[in-house]
Design a protein around this ligand. Structure first.
Ligand code: UDP
Length: 325
């Protein structure tokens, strides 16, 4: 198979590209390196199965050529991370809505299967114990730019399903919940790499709010496995799947765990949300996926524990920081 991976120099995209090459596929990455990092794919550049284009997905001519040459598209390119979305709202809307529109339109021109990565953010601030694919969604007010990400991705999903229903475009929607692993950057607000960096560099850990909010963190290796499983089966076409871990942890407990794994002398500092993200920020109290759908249909469930994930990220970060293992 010849795969096109948009956002392939990003955290998840680079792991996906690596896995596809490992299983014998050809991979072309397109990434504008805005949040992606060339170092994430550097080790692949000598591989004859690997190609990359440093371009934006907003360039329709480039996308036309790349889509015409591939067998399958994994669309991951997007502006991600709450902090960046709030700061760079125009870029978020343009990349996430216009970019996906171009990808779907071009995929439809050549009738290529497209795997669209979406996000648990689209469930908004619902208070369900866990979120099922067809649950109602509750968004905050328009004046709060945090909701731009959720709304832009929701529109992407609507458009993808419309292409499937009206034009029979083979498209699969994958709603990724919190994903972690080596190469994820803490620059844009992701909590795990941030805490680990703080721990390894001897800084107290910054917990936003009271730390009672909870998340479920899934290892990127498990997520990539799910994406590939879904891409290989036509029974996934026109369907939406949650992908994530169901092992919940509060952010406070996460901080304590990371302190114990990195540097026991550190403390937790509680930072008010306004200070971290600006006025009027709304956080989700909990976010846990219901993964029955993908489990029943494809027998997928995460295999890697949070402890093992944290350990591998710590090793990766130590390497970057030149700290002996
Ligand atoms: N968070 C935190 N300290 C940080 C970064 C994030 O306490 O330095 C919190 C954040 O407010 C949220 C949780 O950790 O409640 C997860 O944040 P992340 O940005 O990783 O993911 P998301 O909010 O999209 O679930």
């Amino acid at each position: 198979m010849k795969a096109l991976v948009t956002g392939g120099a990003g955290f998840i995209g680079s792991h996906l590209s690596e896995k596809l090459i490992e299983q014998g596929d050809y991979v072309t990455v397109i990434d504008d390196l805005s949040t992606g990092n060339f170092n994430n794919i550097k080790h692949l550049t000598d591989n004859p199965h690997f190609n990359f284009a440093i371009e934006t997905i907003l360039d329709e001519l480039v996308i036309d050529r790349l889509v015409s040459e591939c067998d399958i598209i994994y669309h991951l390119a997007a502006v991600v991370g709450v902090e960046l979305v709030v700061k760079e709202s125009v870029r978020t809307i343009e990349t996430n809505v216009l970019g996906t529109t171009i990808m779907l339109k071009t995929a439809n021109r050549y009738k290529k299967r497209i795997i669209l990565t979406s996000t648990s953010e689209i469930y908004g601030k619902g208070v369900n114990d866990s979120f099922g694919e067809n649950d109602d969604r509750l968004m905050g007010p328009i004046v709060n730019s945090r909701w731009i990400y959720a709304c832009s991705k929701s529109l992407d999903e609507f458009l993808a399903l419309a292409y499937f229903n009206q034009k029979k475009l083979p498209v699969v929607i994958c709603r990724l919940f919190n994903t972690i692993g080596p190469r994820q950057t803490g620059f844009y607000g992701m909590v795990v790499p941030r805490f680990i960096r703080q721990g390894l560099t001897g800084k107290d850990l910054t917990v936003y709010g009271d730390g009672r909010q909870s998340r479920c963190f899934c290892n990127v290796t498990d997520v990539v496995e799910a994406l590939i499983l879904l891409s290989n089966s036509s029974k996934a076409d026109g369907e939406v799947y949650n992908i994530g871990s169901t092992q919940s942890i509060t952010i406070c407990d996460l901080a304590k765990k990371i302190i114990s794994l990195t540097n026991n002398s550190l403390k937790i500092i509680f930072v008010p949300y306004e200070e971290a993200y600006g006025e009027g920020f709304e956080d989700m109290l909990r976010r846990k996926p219901n993964i029955k759908k993908i489990h029943n249909a494809f027998n997928w469930q995460p295999r890697i524990s949070l402890d093992d994930s944290l350990q591998s990220i710590i090793e990766y970060e130590k390497d970057l920081l030149n700290i002996p293992q």
